[in-house]
Design a protein around this ligand. Structure first.
Ligand SMILES: [Mg+2]
Length: 203
């Protein structure tokens, strides 16, 4: 049995699908961030992923890994606040882990994204349960071992499960108990990332 592999084009399409999703959901991300943060999450990610999509269209990288490294670098250089460095680190680290392979399997992507998620945890000092993007990313990467659709569902469930949590990291943690009852914006945008991946790989 031959395992399905994914090439550079799929990863470029993934980033374009994230840009489209962020564009579509920017208002919702900003509303969520207005409730427990500083109301810039939608605008920040919209600007960042628009820059990613623009750069990838102009100078398409040669490998899946290079696509993610380029995307991560672009996010770090165009997005202020915490989300640029965090998403940038996720994608850049994942891209480095893919190395220079021309085609990658779902398991390769799961390994690479697991390395990216570990780097995000290190950078932000957060763990699952802190009401951050890790609450969507961590279960999504685990479920990616099973399928793209499972990863998408796990990310969405993880994002929704942040509602009753009290924030222990990031700006929302300043609110203490008042952060309870709101869905975390970073976990919500992380779910968009995995929804886009399922979209371009047909689940
Ligand atoms: Mg913010």
């Amino acid at each position: 049995m031959t395992e399905t592999t994914y090439g550079t084009g799929v990863v470029v399409a993934w980033m374009a699908a994230v840009a489209a999703a962020v564009e579509r959901e920017a208002g919702r991300l900003t509303d969520l961030d207005a409730a427990i943060g500083d109301a810039d999450h939608g605008a920040n990610l919209r600007r960042g992923f628009a820059a990613v999509a623009g750069t990838l269209a102009k100078e398409p990288p040669a490998t899946p890994g290079a696509v993610l490294v380029t995307a991560g670098r672009e996010l770090i250089s165009t997005v202020g606040g915490a989300s640029g460095p965090l998403y940038g680190t996720l994608l850049r680290r994942a891209g480095k882990a893919l190395g220079d392979a021309g085609e990658v399997t779902r398991d390769d992507l799961a390994d690479a994204l697991a390395a990216g998620v570990a780097a995000v945890g290190q950078l932000g000092g957060a763990v699952p349960g802190d009401k951050t993007m890790l609450d969507a990313l961590t279960p999504a990467v685990a479920a990616l071992r099973e399928s793209f659709a499972a990863a998408r569902a796990a990310a969405e469930e993880g994002a929704v499960a942040t509602v009753p949590l009290r924030a222990r990291k990031g700006r929302a943690s300043y609110l203490g108990e008042r952060s309870v009852g709101h869905q975390d914006p970073g976990a919500t945008s992380s779910a968009l990332l995995f929804a886009a991946l399922a979209e371009v790989t047909d689940g």
